[in-house]
Design a protein around this ligand. Structure first.
Ligand code: TZP
Ligand code: MG
Length: 215
């Protein structure tokens, strides 16, 4: 998987009242988001599939990578969708076996011991440092890694595996995450809560691109 695909990774979350999440995703893609993860912890599977299909249809030709959080059956039902899992979810090797070689599969890192699971690492296209900072968007995270954690993981993770970071990332700190060794940043609220998601994505992408170029 090309590292550039992960420079700016949008994980879906709450959007302002009256706003269509699919419109937010499309605007964010136009603004420079390279990967979209549909994460819906409340809707039914049917709802996730319905929204995911609308997103995929509207992202055709954009080059954006699309993954679903945690739900293998939803991912299977959405054309071209990959899957993002955490350490308590389906094992990445099982996700790979179910979705095949062409699917993008990502795994969240909550603990250094996960790196001992070579069959999981072998099955992944990327890993996510989760969370880098505490965030009101997800109050129940495991212990934040901080920038030191990003550095430690970049040293410890096989270099073929791109590393993204999530949690508390904004345009003001995105560059520091890349400087610490991440290949890209993931955000929820910095884009989903913005009145102008396209502009928010553009600003974040400029920060990430400048930090990557300087690295
Ligand atoms: N996983 C770890 S932190 C997080 C998720 C889904 C939420 C990140 O949200 P924000 O608003 O970008 O801090
Ligand atoms: Mg999960």
């Amino acid at each position: 998987m090309d590292r550039a695909d992960l420079r700016l990774y949008l994980v879906t979350g709450d959007v302002p009242p009256g706003v269509d999440l699919v419109d937010v995703v499309v605007a964010a893609a136009a603004g420079g988001v390279t990967t979209v993860q549909l994460r819906d912890k409340v809707g039914s599977r049917d709802e996730v599939v319905r929204v995911g299909k609308r997103m995929v249809e509207r992202l055709v030709g954009s080059g954006v990578t699309f993954v679903v959080n945690d739900d293998l059956e939803a991912a299977r039902a959405i054309p071209g969708a990959g899957l993002h899992v955490g350490p308590d979810d389906l094992h990445p090797a099982d996700a790979r076996a179910a979705l095949g070689e062409g699917a993008v599969i990502g795994w969240s890192l909550h603990d250094l011991t996960q790196l001992d699971d070579t069959s999981a690492l072998d099955a992944c296209d990327y890993l996510a440092v989760s969370p880098v900072w505490p965030t009101p968007t997800k109050p129940d995270t495991t212990t934040p890694w901080g920038l030191d954690g990003v550095r430690r993981l970049r040293d410890a993770v096989p270099s073929r595996l791109p590393l993204v970071a999530i949690g508390g990332i904004t345009a003001a700190n995105a560059a520091s995450v890349v400087e610490a060794g991440a290949d890209g940043v993931c955000v929820v609220s910095a884009i989903c809560s913005s009145a102008d998601p396209g502009a928010a994505a553009w600003t974040l992408r400029a920060q990430v691109d400048a930090a990557v170029a300087a690295a």
